[in-house]
Design a protein around this ligand. Structure first.
Ligand code: NDP
Length: 478
């Protein structure tokens, strides 16, 4: 039987769909899953694509079914399972074979695995894949990290399965070792912020304006035809419009307000803190998921503290307020993306990746969860101003901030006054207000630090008195 040009291990939700996508694009693929029944069921369900699929029940059979040098995609549970799978594979692979980890790996694990294979004759690619089940089947966004040479060998098949935007595949090589998984991590961090901000706006419409799920759905539907047009706004409308088959009520009113998380949001925050790059909107979104999961504690706290005693939520011009909400969401979204791209810019410097910002925005325009026309604007902004320190100081985005930040301010003020939680929206506003203010307030912090710790400070006039006139007896080192 003719050998496959590529192999895939792990026929779970993502792997099975990716394998069908690969086969559908005309590639012969060998597949293997730890539990052989899963492989059999996958093959039986593959229908007309069976001709291009070689199902294998042992790893030896799987490796023999792929033409060397072999590209092998591993799409299994992230973490230790990937190391275990690699340990089983390594002894039976040959020189120049490529192991491609397509799961949601921590980029530090990817760097370790890349280094571990360096002198082995094998190569490692860490590949971020976004788009969920549907993306994997019909075209995901693919973020690749590894050597340019190894990417060149798999570029054809990867670009053939990726989503397409304006004729361009949403797949690119972004840098060496962990670059692809780092970018995927930040993608997910931004996704957390995007989702949280939508949820906060939903909260204002539900608890401030007392609107029903279907009325709110109509608002999101309207916004999806404007500048907020995006996959997440689109699915929010669908979620809000869906009825519960059991009660007939809106399903969203039957879903418990406890959000799960798997780790990539948290990793974005850890890495941004590690590098000293503020990603406050993403942090707020990750923290909001954690608070959401503390349902019993929240119920107990409401019992003890009650809801805040606030004035009734009165809006004089409802249509104007809803327009404000739309602009506020746009402004806050700009803040979250600006933070995510700033984190990537710093990581690029620290890890010598030369991450191409316009290319990253480009391959997120379709296939992935944060896909939107807004990313097209980011591509243009970074192409026109490649040296910009931050997205919000590029000419196009500075204009968006100037046009919409007053709305964000009004919305955050209204929410705060009425006790409605908007941590991510407020963080984005705080970020703008801090970032655009040339004279901040850290002079007081420096004074305090010098007072208790003799840390010294720089002076505004450049003169070199580096300590304050506190006197030696006053300071307490800590
Ligand atoms: P599933 O839970 O559907 O499938 C998990 C797969 O991992 C199964 O094939 C399972 O094999 C295999 N597996 C688990 N442990 C081991 C092990 N120790 N050795 C070998 N194989 C093992 O997961 P998904 O398909 O959803 O996710 C796969 C990867 O893709 C993860 O890294 C995930 O984070 C990432 N991802 C998921 C997305 C999603 O929307 N679901 C989106 C983007 C990335 P078995 O059948 O034998 O249990």
């Amino acid at each position: 039987m003719e050998q496959a040009e590529i192999g895939l291990i792990g026929l779970g939700v993502m792997g099975a769909n990716l394998a069908l996508n690969i086969a559908e694009k005309g590639n012969r693929i060998a597949v293997f899953n730890r539990t052989p029944e899963v492989t059999r069921a996958f093959y039986e369900a593959a229908g007309a694509l069976q001709d291009r699929i070689i199902p294998c029940e042992t790893l030896e059979e799987f490796v023999a079914a792929i033409r060397p040098p072999r590209p092998i995609i591993i799409m299994i549970k992230a973490g230790d399972p990937v190391d275990q799978q690699m340990a089983l594979l390594r002894p039976i692979l040959s020189d120049n074979d490529i192991i491609i980890d397509a799961g949601n790996a921590n980029f530090r694990d990817t760097m370790r695995r890349f280094d571990g294979l360096k002198d082995s004759g094998l190569t490692f690619i860490g590949m971020g894949v976004s788009g969920g089940e549907e993306g994997a089947r019909n075209g995901p966004s693919i973020m690749v990290g590894g050597t340019p040479e190894s990417y060149a060998r798999v570029e054809k098949v990867l670009t053939s399965i990726a989503a397409v935007y304006d004729g361009a595949p949403c797949c690119a090589w972004l840098g060496t070792d962990g670059a692809g998984h780092f970018v995927k991590t930040i993608h997910n961090g931004i996704e957390y912020a995007d989702m949280q901000m939508i949820a906060e706006i939903y909260g204002i419409l539900r608890d401030g304006l007392n609107m029903s799920a279907s009325e709110i759905a109509n608002v999101f539907g309207e916004w999806n035809r404007g500048r907020l047009n995006s996959y997440l706004i689109e699915i929010t409308e669908i979620v809000l419009n869906a009825a519960d088959p059991i009660t007939g009520k809106p399903i969203v009113d039957m879903i418990l307000d406890q959000a799960g998380q798997k780790g990539t949001g948290k990793w974005s925050v850890i890495e941004s803190q590690q590098m000293g790059v503020p990603a406050t909107a993403i942090e707020a979104a990750v923290a909001a998921r954690s608070i959401s999961s503390m349902k019993a504690e929240r119920e107990a706290a409401e019992g003890i503290l009650g809801l805040p005693k606030v004035p009734e939520f009165v809006v004089e011009d409802r249509a104007a307020f809803i327009k404000d909400l739309e602009n506020a969401l746009l402004a806050a979204k700009v803040g979250a993306y600006a933070q995510g791209f700033a984190v990537m810019a710093q990581a690029s410097r620290e890890f010598n990746w030369s991450l191409p910002m316009p290319v990253i925005a480009k391959i997120w325009r379709a296939g992935c969860i944060i896909r939107s026309q807004f990313l097209d604007e980011i591509t243009t902004a970074f192409t026109e101003a490649p040296e910009a320190a931050n997205l919000i100081v590029t000419p196009a985005f500075a204009d968006i901030v100037k046009d919409t930040d007053a709305a964000l301010r009004r919305v955050v003020s209204a929410a705060v006054l009425h006790g409605l939680p908007v941590p991510a929206l407020a963080s984005a506003l705080g970020y703008f207000d801090s970032y655009r203010r040339a004279r901040g307030t850290a002079n007081v912090i420096q004074g305090q630090r010098d007072f208790f710790g003799a840390h010294g400070f720089d002076r505004v006039d450049g003169a070199d008195a580096h300590h304050g006139p506190w006197g030696s007896g006053l300071g307490h080192k800590s």
